[in-house]
Design a protein around this ligand. Structure first.
Ligand SMILES: [Zn+2]
Length: 201
């Protein structure tokens, strides 16, 4: 990572980044502002979070999300059937947004992270790593599962008056997935990965 030019966020002084030791940080010589902090064990940690996240993702999409009992009838919903119901209910835009932000974006986020990092751990570079990693930065901002979860909780408070609601295992997995995806993002040392896969070009 020798010689990459970074601007200080505080005083705009251009700095050349030298080698930063694990757990160490580079600071601006003029104002002492933080230029870059190297996350300890970034690659291993990120792989662990992304793998755990992928397992939770499978559970939250395969198993029932909610069961509703109304007058003896039990209806089970999964994330996918919830999205289908939105499409049928003439809310294609909302359905598309929910599909993308709660299912596609987290799935792409976790799989693209593993796609780039797993080979790096073995000293190899996966094909098109740079393109995938650039895309990953954009996708990250689109995982908005917490918005969806709040929406569900709000509609639940209305539903409980009409039906008995039984939370399914997928709902718990989904709730656990939110902090795991956030941890995948925060443990990833983008600077370190760029230096391994060969710059931003
Ligand atoms: Zn500075």
């Amino acid at each position: 990572m020798s010689g990459e030019l970074v601007l200080c966020h505080d005083c705009d002084l251009p700095n050349r980044l030298g080698e930063v030791p694990e757990g160490g940080a580079a600071r601006c010589p003029r104002c002492n502002g933080l230029l870059y902090r190297r996350v300890p064990d970034s690659i291993d940690r990120t792989i662990a979070f992304a793998t755990g996240g992928l397992l939770l993702f499978v559970v939250s999409n395969v198993f029932p999300f909610l069961s509703m009992e109304m007058q003896g009838n039990v209806t089970e919903t999964t994330l996918a059937t919830g999205v289908q119901a939105l499409f049928r209910g003439e809310r294609p835009l909302v359905a598309g947004l929910v599909l993308f932000t709660t299912i596609l974006a987290p799935l792409l986020h976790l799989t693209m992270t593993l796609y780039v990092l797993l080979p790096l751990k073995q000293g190899r570079i996966a094909p098109a790593s740079r393109r995938v990693f650039r895309l990953l930065h954009k996708i990250q901002n689109w995982s908005m599962m917490e918005v969806f979860l709040i929406g569900i909780l709000v509609s639940l408070t209305k539903l409980v008056e009409m039906a008995a609601i039984i939370p399914g295992i997928a709902l718990w997995a989904f709730m656990a997935l939110i902090p795991i995806v956030a941890a995948t993002t925060s443990s990833l040392d983008a600077h370190l990965v760029w230096s391994r896969i060969g710059g931003r070009s």
